[in-house]
Design a protein around this ligand. Structure first.
Ligand code: SF4
Ligand code: SF4
Length: 170
């Protein structure tokens, strides 16, 4: 039986295994679901809008310079725990590469690739921009609006998936 702990709070490798198992079990059926396909399309579009906003604010340069400092960056190994099996399943359904890119001893998040995060969608905590350097930027409201739209869509997909894979609360 699927449990909240297995889906959300297990170690990263266990959540990866569960997401792959769910993808094998339900992937074909989910891919044929028109409601899910439409939501995944919305998520792609909203993700592109958010990425455009990040580019307009030059966050790549800001975060790149920050991450290059010995005490900088926020994609730490600890943050990898913010992923969950449902989020990883959404990434698999979106055709993303979903795998551990670093071992446990690396201080950086195991989903951080040479060109940034390999997950799309990302965990909620990776989209809250709770960082003084970003909060001080003049376009912060537009960024938060774009991020909220992505998160709302992610939540709708998550609800649909939980129902389809047979997870029940309690
Ligand atoms: S979000 Fe903030 S803390 Fe994280 S890398 Fe960018 S500037 Fe640094
Ligand atoms: S943005 Fe991606 S690489 Fe960075 S902590 Fe979040 S999941 Fe990991």
């Amino acid at each position: 039986m699927l449990t909240m702990n297995a889906l959300y709070f297990a170690p990263v490798d266990a959540k990866l295994d569960l997401a792959r198992q769910l993808f094998r079990q339900h992937g074909a059926r989910l891919a044929a679901d028109p409601a899910l396909t439409a939501l995944l399309g919305d998520l792609e579009r909203l993700g592109e809008k958010l990425a455009g906003q990040m580019t307009a604010m030059e966050l790549g340069t800001l975060c790149g310079a920050c991450a290059a400092r010995p005490d900088g960056g926020c994609c730490s190994a600890f943050m990898a725990n913010e992923t969950d099996a449902v989020l990883l399943l959404i990434n698999l359904l979106s055709g993303r590469r979903v795998e551990r890119l670093r071992d446990d001893l690396d201080p950086e998040c195991c989903f951080l690739g040479p060109r940034g995060c390999t997950l799309e969608p990302k965990p909620l905590f990776c989209l809250n921009y709770n960082c003084r350097a970003i909060q001080a930027l003049p376009q912060i409201d537009s960024l938060l609006t774009a991020a909220s739209a992505v998160l709302r869509c992610q939540t709708a997909i998550e609800s649909l998936l939980l129902e389809t894979i047979g997870y029940r609360h309690g």
